[in-house]
Design a protein around this ligand. Structure first.
Ligand code: ZN
Length: 303
């Protein structure tokens, strides 16, 4: 598998060489890494049918899905630990968005809808897209209206948005260039594209290599670092306004690992862990990347 001729990096078009392979449900996925920007990606790409088959058995796509208050509380907790505080992110988006006349907000892959809800409360006119029926059911309860059951590839609109949010989704996408080109096309002048995704250059990935839980094809197909996401956005007519690393270890993780006798030391360990995480973030080795980019120009009018 290692001897195959090099692939082409979808971000910077440099040569990409075999990095690792990972097996999921008995299928082996080959991962390549770019020599120039360090971007890693599954190559060859799995087919749409293969991906659809993988998701069709998922718990979140059952036909019957009951949403209780408890479901919402659990989802909120999970979302907070995985992607951070919705309030903080939407506030940051408000600060970045200079086009105050346009309030149209597109939440691509809105999940359970916490970001959509926060944006709606801040006065944005939100359109949410979500393919998972389970997540749509939760979002409907939270937002009072059901997100559109369409992919970003198939979504069409005459409307131009002042904000597009892609939280924890670009790592799943087959054609990353198509997505960013389309985001450019759908945004109004000076519109803001906000992307949040796992960091391939995180300290954890260096230690765990392909065993890092974020390296999980065919769910995740693209493994970005701060440099590669920046290059991809600049290539499609965006100016980077802010790029930051975010790292969190939920306190429940520390509580589970520290024996009962030493439970009182959890706050001290949490503080220690948070200091370490802040240092990692400063060196672009944090767990997640958040990037805020402004549409500088219309790169092309084709989707
Ligand atoms: Zn590259």
């Amino acid at each position: 598998m290692e001897n195959k001729k090099p692939g082409i990096c979808p971000v910077c078009l440099s040569k990409a060489y075999f990095w690792k392979e990972k097996t999921s449900k008995k299928i082996r996925y080959r991962i390549e890494k770019c020599d120039n920007c360090g971007h890693a990606f599954v190559n060859p790409r799995p087919s749409f049918d293969e991906i659809a088959a993988f998701y069709s058995n998922s718990e979140q796509n059952k036909k019957e899905y009951t949403v209780t208050e408890e479901t919402i509380i659990n989802e909120r907790k999970k979302q907070h630990e995985e992607t951070g505080d919705a309030h903080d992110l939407i506030k940051e988006i408000e600060n970045t968005n200079t086009n105050k006349e346009c309030k149209a907000f597109l939440d691509v892959g809105c999940g359970s809808g916490f970001f959509s809800k926060e944006a709606t409360e801040k006065g944005f006119d939100v359109v949410s897209l979500e393919l998972s029926s389970g997540k749509r059911a939760i979002a409907k309860k939270l937002l009072g209206k059901e997100p559109l059951a369409t992919s970003f590839e198939d979504y069409d609109s005459e409307q131009r948005f002042s904000v597009i949010l892609m939280s924890q989704i670009l790592e799943h996408v087959v054609d990353i260039n198509l997505w960013i080109r389309k985001a450019n096309w759908l945004l109004a002048r000076e519109g803001v594209l906000v992307i949040s995704l796992p960091n391939f250059n995180s300290v954890f990935r260096f230690f765990l290599q392909e065993k890092d839980p974020f390296i999980c094809p065919p769910i995740h197909l693209n493994f970005f670092n701060s440099k590669s996401i920046k290059l991809l956005l600049e290539k499609h007519g965006f100016r980077i306004k802010k790029i930051e690393n975010i790292s969190r270890i939920p306190s429940s993780v520390l509580e589970k690992r520290i024996p009962g006798l030493f439970r009182t030391t959890v706050p001290a360990w949490t503080l220690f862990a948070n200091i370490l995480l802040k240092i990692m973030n400063l060196f672009h080795m944090g767990m997640m990347i958040n990037v805020f980019a402004v549409k500088k120009e219309n790169v092309d009018n084709e989707r």
